[in-house]
Design a protein around this ligand. Sequence first.
Ligand SMILES: Cc1cc2nc3c(=O)[nH]c(=O)nc-3n(C[C@H](O)[C@H](O)[C@H](O)COP(=O)(O)OP(=O)(O)OC[C@H]3O[C@@H](n4cnc5c(N)ncnc54)[C@H](O)[C@@H]3O)c2cc1C
Length: 416
Amino acid sequence: MVIGAGALGLSTALHCALAGRSVAVAERLTAGSQASGRAAGLFKSVQADEPRTRLARRSIEKVISFAGWAGVPLEVARSGSFLIARTAQHREFLRRELAQSRRWGTDVREASAAQVASQLSYYRAAGEEFALWCPEDVYIHEPASLVRAYLNACQLNGTVVLEKEPVVGIRITNGCVAGVETSGRSIAAPVVVDAAGGWVQQVAALAGASVPVAPVRHQLLITGPIPEVDPADPITRVVDAAVYLRPANGGLMFGGFEAGPLPVDPRHQPASFTTDDVPLDLGVLRQLAAQVAAEIPVAGTAPVAEHRGGLFTMSPDGRFVVGPVPDLPGLWVAGGCNGSGFSSSPAIGEALAAWITSGTAPAGVAALSPGRFAPLPEDALVTRGLWQYSHYYDPVDTRLTATPASVPARIETAAE
Ligand SMILES: Cc1cc2nc3c(=O)[nH]c(=O)nc-3n(C[C@H](O)[C@H](O)[C@H](O)COP(=O)(O)OP(=O)(O)OC[C@H]3O[C@@H](n4cnc5c(N)ncnc54)[C@H](O)[C@@H]3O)c2cc1C
């Protein structure tokens, strides 16, 4: 039984079904309507550590071969990406990423200014940049297409997806999970996976458990058509400005990670709260665009055709929270997306299904288990989650002592 039909829940359900398990998914709203349906669709092969690199590269491998193993077509833009640094500190950081990512098997190379200029139609190089070319990186134009592909593959493999049917209770018998209560029925299940995204803590609480994640707002915009943008352009990530871009609908998609992010915890919102209620602020994206105005002027000046956002679930150490919930046999979690849940969903679903069905964690995945965290006061959890968010591209010092001492004020969206 999987709770939540986002990318992580659907991938987990699909891989359990492919392993021969009988699977049902209960979804409070409609499949892919929350974080997964708002994603930029970017996949990134350069990651902060080897286990995340392995998951990211396995996901890319699986998404470009989706039809082969899932039996459903999926269009993927095999664009490659540039990672660009404009400060001395970030140039050093990228040099380290280059060396370690190569050691971990990623195809990543130093790129010349001429290569950046010739491959990026919308980027005006100042000549001071240090750039890496990441040919393995891909994106999916519209995130809904991956959700649809998961849904179709689930159906092909006999998985039932119950939409508009929230889970309202988790049944426990003799200390073990025995099933769930949805708004419409009782479903017996010896294995229940909490893949409820921004609501992962609320769902865990139904079983008296807790999952240490802090939901944080993330936003992006898509410009109207821009004649100078080549739709075949690669993804660009300017790491010192913490922004990303890619072609979209004849224009550009632009998103980024502000230094002062907004925590939005559904537990402190009305029960009806959905991603549509996450307060959007174009000013944040305008400020981020101003940081790259010299190199990418259109990011801040082109008319906005779409502005969307939703929730990341940030964990204290910036890594996924995937595995069995301690002391509650039968309850599993697929969460703590840290902003990469869409792109890592193929490999996370595969790994979690292997763990559930075989009883053994695949290499490197046990380290993502929710049991790795000591109890953390709520304020510290939020502070660390915000630090991870604002260092999305440069977690240069992930030692927890490096997190800021003060906790930013929580902003209640109901009051906006
Ligand atoms: C603007 C934006 C851009 C992003 N860009 C990228 C990107 O480029 N690459 C990337 O990898 N990631 C990206 N992300 C992050 C990515 O979207 C998430 O990591 C991923 O979608 C998380 O998937 P999920 O399945 O955990 O969550 P969700 O997609 O939110 O799914 C969880 C589901 O659980 C359901 N649910 C909640 N409570 C219950 C209940 N009680 N009963 C039943 N169902 C319940 C919800 O309705 C929801 O549908 C982006 C996110 C945002 C907001």
